[in-house]
Each structure stands twice: as C-alpha cells, then as structure tokens.
Design a protein around this ligand. Structure first.
Ligand SMILES: *Cc1c(COP(=O)(O)O)cnc(C)c1O
Length: 393
C-alpha cells in the first residue's frame, strides 16, 4: 500500500464491538480484567493490553500504529505536545556530565530546554554550526550523548545534511535525533536518511486545522536501551502521554495530510516566486526556490516539495509592524501549517523575551516575517501579502 492509503486503512488492533468505521475515542481511564493472574500479567508487562489510560489507550495506540506503518519505525510513542515528545526524548539520552551537540538555530522552547532547563541537571548544550561537518566532528567527544538537529530551522531556513551527519554519528555510535516537524515524515524515509529517532510536533501538519496539540517520538530501533526508556521512564514516569481526544483529531488529520501538504507546498512555491519579484521585499527564504542557499541539500534529503513556511525580510522593524498591522486575510498568529494562512514577526514575539544579543546570535532578525501558507486560493493570499507590503513602504 502507498502512504496515502496506509494513512486511511491501517487496521484497528481489535475489531470495535459495534464495527465503528472510525476508531472510537476511548475516554475511559481504567480497564477491567477477568481474573487476578491475567491482571498481574498485564501490570507486570507480560501481556500488553491497556490497564490505565495515562500509559496505554486504544485510540492513542491506533495513531501510533498508523505512524509506525507510514514511517517503517520500530515503535512510535505519542505525547501531549511537541515539547513533551522532545523533552521525553532528551531525558532518555542525556544524564549529568553528558553533552548534546546541536545547532544555535533551534525552535524557541527547545533552545530554552537545552540551554536552561537541562543545564540545571548538569547537561551541556553545544550550539554549533551543523552545516559544517568538520565542526560537528570536532565537537563530539566521549561524553556526547546525541546529535540533535531540526530538519529545516525556523525561521532561519537552514538545512543540515542529515545523510552526511549520520555517517559521523554512526562512526561514533551516538544517536542522531531530528525534529522533523517542518517537513512531514510521509515526505521522506527517515531510516534511509540515517536518523535514529525523529521527534515531531504533530500539532502542526498532522493535526491540520490546528485542532489539537500533539507530539511523536518515531524510533527506528537502533538503540534498544534508549527505546526501553521511552516507554517505561518517559511515558510512565513523566506522564506526558497523548489524550485520546487529541489522538482522534490527529488521526483525522493524518488521513488528509498528503493532499493538504501537496496543495500547501504548491501554493507556497508559487507565492515565494511572486514575492521574490515584489518590490519592498528585500529577501525571501524558501527552500523550494532555486536561488535558496540550501535548495540542493533540501532536495537531496526531502525531495522536491518544500513545505508551507516562507520568510520575507522587509527594510526594518517598523516596516514589519506595518506589514503585520495591514493584513486582512492572513491571520496575525503563531502556529504553522494551519489550514488558514498565518503571519508572525518572530523577533518581537516567539523570541521576544530573549536578550537582544542572544536573538542576534541565533540569527533572529528584526527584519524577518514568518509566513505559513494555508489552503486558501494562492492568488488571494498573495494579493493580501502584496497590499500589506505596499502599506509597509
Ligand atoms: C511547534 C514546534 C515545536 C513544539 O511543538 P508543540 O506541539 O507546540 O509543543 C517543536 N519544534 C518545532 C520545529 C516546532 O515548530
């Protein structure tokens, strides 16, 4: 079966009592057992069936199985947000005295998790340039517990070459973990790229119309000692397991992911090309543009379609504020890959609380606007962007 078919036709673990066509939302907390022996077997992990919905729930399991089916992963674990999945993942690889080799270009909360939260637990984050293979090689030492990267950094639009980096991590026998939120896992083969684990904010593309928060750890099974910690330590002890309501919404989102992604990527490319020729726009960031510095690396790792995130640079911060204030169709909001188009000024919002030097060291510029292209007609989206750019002169 191809992926779009698998997304819809992955079988339920058990036939529903009423033959419901969609997976029911099992909102129950506890499950009943026929006798004490069986109950003991389940609680001791000899038989895997749900006993308590913080650690196992049939609706969530179904989402995990669809994602495993789509990615070829050995195991998938679903969490109640992208950050819950990322923090759970890191808690399974890091310990006091260890270091994480990663980028200075990170999603805001991941940056704070690695540089502030984990610092209190004695874990060091080495923020380097992951597009420089020599620098990666030099930064790894005997205390490095993983290399962590983001497939396309947001909003800098940098693309590290996963295929090349995985050769280095394999040589050193350390896990390569990628946050692949920006390009859905249906678009590439994570195993073939050499990833050991993917973490995903399924809040974004997977949920689609911004219906629910969610996070996933996609585990290819190359590090069994870490795999066992994910289910036991992370899900059981940290308590970030996905809710059945969110899992249902995300399953519905997955069913339409492929068509949404195609349409959004196609519109984004069209709009990026028009923005390149629009006066008042100083730069356009989009990996699908041939002029983009990471176009070739992007294509090599993720294929032709380059997703729905675009950045534009205007002449200064005031122009960016005027632009944002002039939008009529595109919404002033955070989030990515909603069905509706969104715009935000990352410097003053997502990264606003950080000191100016820190923002600049992360290449967060006061002149950049981030756009997420939705499912509206691309002409309508462009018209709105164009009038807002004109108002920002
Ligand atoms: C949104 C996002 C996250 C965090 O996900 P939440 O679901 O909001 O917790 C992490 N990484 C990237 C790249 C994101 O875009």
């Amino acid at each position: 079966m191809n992926k779009s078919t698998k997304a819809i036709h992955t079988k339920f673990q058990r036939r529903d009592a009423w033959d419901a066509l969609q997976i029911p939302i099992y909102t129950c907390l506890a499950y009943e057992f026929d006798n004490a022996d069986y109950m003991s077997d389940v609680f001791c992990g000899k038989v895997i069936v749900p006993d308590y919905s913080r650690v196992l729930n049939p609706t969530v399991t179904h989402l995990e199985e669809i994602v495993a089916n789509l990615t070829g992963a050995k195991e998938v674990s679903a969490f109640n947000s992208g950050m819950a999945a990322i923090s759970a993942m890191i808690m399974c690889v890091a310990q006091a005295g260890k270091n994480i080799v990663t980028s200075k270009h990170l999603f805001g909360n991941t940056y704070l998790l690695l540089t502030q939260t984990l610092k209190r637990f004695g874990v060091e984050a080495r923020l380097i340039d992951l597009t420089n293979l020599e620098e990666i090689e030099k930064s790894i030492d005997s205390n490095t517990c993983c290399v962590f990267l983001e497939s396309v950094t947001n909003p800098q639009m940098e693309v590290a070459d996963i295929k090349e980096i995985s050769k280095i991590t394999k040589k050193h026998h350390i896990p390569l973990i990628a946050d692949t939120t920006i390009i859905p896992f249906t678009q590439f083969d994570g195993k073939e790229l050499g990833l050991d684990f993917q973490v995903v904010s399924s809040t974004k593309y997977i949920s689609g119309g911004a219906t629910s928060l969610g996070g996933l750890i996609i585990d290819y099974g190359n590090y069994p000692e870490i795999s066992s910690l994910i289910k036991k330590d992370s899900v059981f002890n940290l308590g970030g397991y996905m809710t059945p309501q969110a899992a249902y919404q995300q399953i519905m989102g997955l069913e339409t992911l492929e068509v949404r992604y195609k349409r959004q990527a196609e519109s984004a490319k069209k709009i990026a090309e028009m923005l390149e020729k629009t006066s008042g726009v100083e730069a356009v960031g989009y990996c699908g543009l041939e002029s983009h510095p990471f176009h070739e690396v992007f294509k090599k790792n993720y294929g032709e379609e380059a997703g729905a995130m675009i950045t534009i640079d205007l002449k200064n911060r005031e122009a960016c504020y005027d632009f944002i204030n002039s939008l009529k169709l595109v919404h002033r909001a955070t989030n990515l890959f909603d069905n509706r188009s969104l715009a935000i000024h990352p410097y003053s919002t997502i990264f606003g609380p950080l000191p100016e030097e820190e923002r600049l060291s992360m290449d967060i510029k006061p002149t950049t606007i981030r756009l997420s292209i939705g499912l509206e007609d691309p002409e309508d989206i462009y018209e709105d962007l164009k009038q807002a750019i004109e108002n920002a002169q």
